[in-house]
Design a protein around this ligand. Structure first.
Ligand code: ATP
Ligand code: IPE
Length: 270
């Protein structure tokens, strides 16, 4: 089984202030997934401009000081939940167009966090869908949080990826982003940044920072932290550029592309 995460920066125009899908990328990626003939697959997608601008505006994840704050946050919660669902429907439509049996699973309906980290998620349905060769499609969403001062949290597709990776033990985790992989520093800001072949710890980077757009879930730094946790459990992942044609298809067919996140190889003496 493979877990494929599609970044919000690839399937939406992430810098847009209004929710805007990138239909060209979506159509091409859906076609590549269909052509890869990958049999057992979970797809997780980011929210991009369907989530982040609203999450910022309504301060989901901030502690609510008073009743008014809380009411506003709750309204924002409803708006975001609806907006990311809209993107998910668009994604699933494209996947079905290329013969993929995409079934939508709304994270906020079966996952709950505690202090913004996933506390519980019922994975039985996902297992059953996989067994029947459906392709479950999940996404970055807003969810309820058990911590009384938080109540509602933004759950990133990256955290869902790590959670499912940990519990379902996929052969491979592939993350499609809008850069070729992990660089020594942000390649969009520093032309001398160098692509790294594999990463085992945050120390492998000169410095890490969030994405350039209004990303409330941590950009590349947040992503890498989730993937290092997965690597520690023995599950390797790879980050590649999904905005470039054919890379998703080739990765699904087993080729190693981009940056691999894996545990440090131990040197054996003697
Ligand atoms: P998400 O689903 O979280 O949006 P994404 O794949 O769309 O995933 P972003 O969160 O937008 O990814 O993060 C990718 C961005 O991180 C890149 O576009 C780049 O500008 C930025 N970035 C910062 N530091 C680095 C780095 N060291 N290497 C690669 N990209 C970096
Ligand atoms: C964020 O999900 C969810 C919301 C803002 C509601 P992601 O963090 O996975 O979204 P992208 O991929 O960064 O756009």
């Amino acid at each position: 089984m493979i877990i494929l995460k599609l970044g919000g920066s690839v399937i939406t125009k992430k810098e847009a202030t209004e929710p805007t899908a990138d239909y060209e990328n979506l159509d091409r990626i859906a076609k590549e997934i269909g052509e890869s003939s990958c049999q057992k697959l979970i797809i997780i997608h980011g929210a991009g401009s369907y989530g982040h601008p609203f999450a910022k505006k309504y301060g989901i994840g901030d502690t609510s000081e008073n009743r008014e704050d809380l009411q506003r946050k709750k309204r924002g919660f409803c708006i975001i939940q609806d907006s990311v669902k809209t993107l998910n429907r668009i994604v699933c439509e494209h996947l079905r167009k290329y013969g993929i049996l995409a079934v939508s699973l709304q994270p906020s309906s079966f996952i709950i966090t505690r202090n913004t980290r996933i506390y519980y998620g019922n994975l039985n349905l996902i297992k059953k869908y996989l067994y029947l060769r459906f392709v479950p499609v999940l996404y970055g969403d807003v969810v309820l949080d058990l911590e009384e001062s938080i109540k509602m949290a933004v759950l990133s597709g990256d955290q869902i990826t790590r959670y499912l990776g940990e519990h379902l033990k996929p052969e491979k985790v592939i993350l499609g982003s809008d850069v070729n992989g992990i660089y020594t520093k942000n390649p969009k800001k520093y032309p001398d940044a160098q692509l790294i072949d594999h990463v085992s710890s945050l120390d492998d980077l000169e410095f890490i920072e969030g994405a350039t757009t209004a990303d409330v879930t941590g950009g590349m730094g947040g992503k890498l932290l989730e993937l290092i946790k997965l690597a520690d459990l023995g599950i390797e992942s790879e980050i590649l550029n999904a905005a470039k044609p054919d890379l998703i298809k080739r990765a699904l067919q087993g080729e190693r592309i981009g940056t691999v996140i894996k545990v440090k190889e131990k040197k054996i003496k003697g």
